[in-house]
Design a protein around this ligand. Structure first.
Ligand SMILES: [Zn+2]
Length: 223
């Protein structure tokens, strides 16, 4: 089984941008919560030709409307990928205010500049990089990592709602323990979409390029 590392974003790159569309947050009639999720994004999925595109905004909507929007994009999103409140869609649009080669978007997305793209893809040929609509003063092209929710780690879930799917995931204080063996170079943890795990072969490049903008924590494998 492969060895993976938890790549914890500590400092964001100088990016002033947002994704083109987002699943709204949801107000649930069963549990009474209004909530959204931070982290998941599928930049490759464009809604530019979708008849409901202008309703995919980061606001809260009632459960029935939320379900309608979820169903409206189900055939565009890979079937294994959860469609959750706050899921962001489409390329990043905006600007890079200080050029970089590899950097965090907030602390849960990764963006690479053209100059590093080939080296990265040689190490991670399975990785999809989506061209962003961001510019900097040097007219560099930037690409966002398309990170799928592939990994499962040991954790507890609390306050689960059967209707809207809300649950509060709590990690144990010790190192993450991976429950499966994703055949992927870098991916999100399913119940914790801000957690990014990377295969050990990417670690030297990530350390070299991100430096102290990230912490690098080994992930335990199941015993
Ligand atoms: Zn609920």
């Amino acid at each position: 089984m492969a060895t993976f590392w938890n790549i914890v974003g500590v400092r964001a790159a100088d990016i002033d941008a947002s994704h083109a569309w987002a699943m709204p947050g949801v107000s649930c009639p069963a549990c009474g919560r209004s909530w959204t999720t931070v982290g998941p994004a599928l930049p490759s999925i464009s809604l530019v030709d979708h008849p409901l595109a202008n309703r995919f905004r980061p606001t809260n909507v009632a459960w029935e409307e939320w379900r309608e929007l979820q169903n409206a994009i189900r055939d565009r999103v890979p079937s294994a990928e959860p469609i959750v409140p706050g899921l962001q869609l489409g390329p990043l649009r905006g600007k890079v205010t200080r050029p970089f080669r590899l950097g965090f978007f907030a602390s849960w997305g990764l963006v690479v500049a053209e100059s590093l793209r080939r080296e990265l893809l040689a190490l991670a040929p399975d990785l999809t990089l989506v061209q962003s609509d961001m510019t900097d003063r040097t007219s560099t092209t930037y690409y966002e990592f398309e990170l799928y929710s592939l990994g499962a780690v040991a954790h507890e879930e609390h306050d689960h709602c059967q209707v809207c799917g809300y649950s509060r995931a709590v990690l144990p204080p010790d190192p993450l323990v991976l429950r499966d063996d994703p055949q992927a170079s870098i991916f999100r943890v399913r119940a914790l979409p801000t957690v990014l795990l990377a295969h050990e072969r990417l670690l030297p490049l990530l350390r070299r390029e991100l430096g102290d903008a990230a912490r690098y924590e080994p992930v335990q494998l199941p015993s």
